[in-house]
Write a protein that binds this ligand. Sequence first.
Ligand code: ADP
Length: 178
Amino acid sequence: MSTPEAVRVTLVRGDITQQSVDVVVNAANSSLLGGGGVDGAIHRQGGPEILAACRELRASHYGKGLPTGKAVATTAGSLDARWVVHTVGPVWSSAEDRSALLASCYRESLRVAAELGARTVAFPAISTGIYGWPMDDGARIAVRTVLAEAAAPVEEVRFVLFDAHAFVEFEEVLAAQG
Ligand code: ADP
């Protein structure tokens, strides 16, 4: 048996809806019915099929919505991807340590992606937008969790960072840990 290849962790600056990958991870909210930021962009670019699939999930398995830290897959509609994996990040709190929930988003999304047979997975910087997580800490949790958890059949995990600040923070963390 050959030694399994290490998973490649790559960084790109750009829009996650423009990536050609097997899985695009969505920083969703628990309603699964759309929102701002990455979520809004994915539904806009991916078309109504994604929202229809989310509505079905709400009508079946997730009547109360998707809990924070969990992940679930739908079609990717017209995105250049096979699936969207929706995960709900925690809202930042200075009073309470919610890091385990943020790590869970990355771990559960990778688990769902691997179950689907995905080889390439694109992540946004979950919780660092509307949910207010500081970028340096969000990057640390993201990179550390992905390095620890990504496994075959996943070959590449791509962090897609929207702005220069996010890109630099992820670059620093990856250089220190990778
Ligand atoms: P959350 O509610 O989990 O904070 P957001 O979607 O508001 O999620 O933001 C998460 C991160 O994604 C932020 O750093 C934001 O700048 C970034 N972002 C927003 N739109 C896009 C996009 N189209 N592609 C990649 N990253 C994006």
